[in-house]
Design a protein around this ligand. Structure first.
Ligand code: GLV
Length: 307
């Protein structure tokens, strides 16, 4: 009845406390502890070393402590036990609020106002109404769909791009590349929620940026590898992209030498638009373990082929 915990070095204490609260009867060991692999029945992991999980002979299920699966896609050896992604409505909400924050920041030209304040300049600008601001969320999975929904509920004219049609209240469903190319020139803000997959690698590149409205704002909260960062830098320098809020990068932590740090039109945040909350994550996982133990497969099972 032992649980293995490995959250890539982050917030052990919070996870320990959450496990004690939601799974009080289970023994918990951490990856670096001394334990017998045969005792482990469940693993709660994030960026666990490739090849390790198949070595646990009694492993029943693996619960990833995040939503993205790119680190699993990169693994050569996966266990036979099922793996489940974490889809936490709190994380989706958190990411939606992060997105909303930046959209309002761009809509209200907060950056310009900050600069004016430094020079004691009292100068007003007309603010477009929310419904006059067009936003496209690329990727309409569980989280991307929720973000689009929140933006629409806040009055923004919202579009959601996905491979198959989605019907979300107040969200204009955009399906396929051709349709995306048709709507892109009208968008004021583009939000990237595309997962890192071979098909999406550097998908946001010069060709796509050139399709966008001059001065568009970009928010990336999925993965850095979805963006061609050299092309993004050129697009920012040319003003094709007016501003960017970047939470994710091809290399993390973002190297100190990266030009994004000092770019006047870039807002860098350290991959925290929707950090896993230990308490709510473990609560969801505890419910899933209970389901699993009565023979019901929890939702969001990871499939290696899935995009
Ligand atoms: C974080 O990036 C996640 O995928 O949960």
């Amino acid at each position: 009845m032992t649980i293995l915990l490995n959250n890539d070095g982050y917030w052990h204490d919070k996870y320990r406390a959450a496990l004690a609260k939601h799974l009080p009867e289970r023994k918990v060991v951490e990856f670096d502890d001394d334990y017998d692999k045969a005792d482990i029945e469940y693993a709660l992991v994030w960026k666990h070393p490739d090849g390790d999980l198949p070595l646990y002979p009694n492993l029943k299920a693996v619960f990833s402590l995040g939503s993205g699966t790119d680190y699993l896609d990169a693994h050569k050896a996966l266990p036979t036990a099922p793996i489940f992604r974490l889809i936490d409505p709190n994380m989706a909400d958190d990411m939606a609020l992060y997105t909303l924050y930046w959209i309002i920041h761009f809509q209200r030209q907060i950056e310009v106002l900050r600069q004016q304040q430094r020079k004691a300049i009292w100068q007003r600008y007309p603010t477009p109404l929310a419904h006059e601001v067009k936003v496209c969320v690329l990727g309409q999975g569980a989280i991307g769909g929720h973000i689009a929904n929140v933006l629409s509920r806040n009055g923004f004219e919202t579009f959601g791009w996905s491979r198959s049609p989605k019907s979300l209240d107040g969200v204009n469903s955009v399906v396929g590349l051709e349709a995306l190319q048709t709507v892109l020139p009208d968008m004021d803000v583009v939000v990237c929620m595309l997962p890192a997959k071979p098909l999406t690698h550097k998908f946001l590149n010069k060709d796509i940026f050139e399709r966008m409205k001059k001065g568009v704002s970009l928010i990336n909260i999925s993965r850095g590898s979805v963006v061609d960062e050299d092309d993004l830098l050129s697009a920012l320098n040319q003003g094709q992209i007016g501003a960017a809020a970047l939470d994710v990068f091809a290399i993390e932590p973002l190297p100190k030498s990266s030009p994004f740090w000092g770019h006047p039109n870039v807002h860098v945040t350290p991959h925290m638009s929707g950090a896993t909350n230990a308490d709510t994550a473990v609560e969801i996982i505890a419910q899933n373990i209970k389901l699993f133990e009565v023979g019901t497969m929890p939702n969001y099972r990871y499939e290696r082929e899935g995009i």
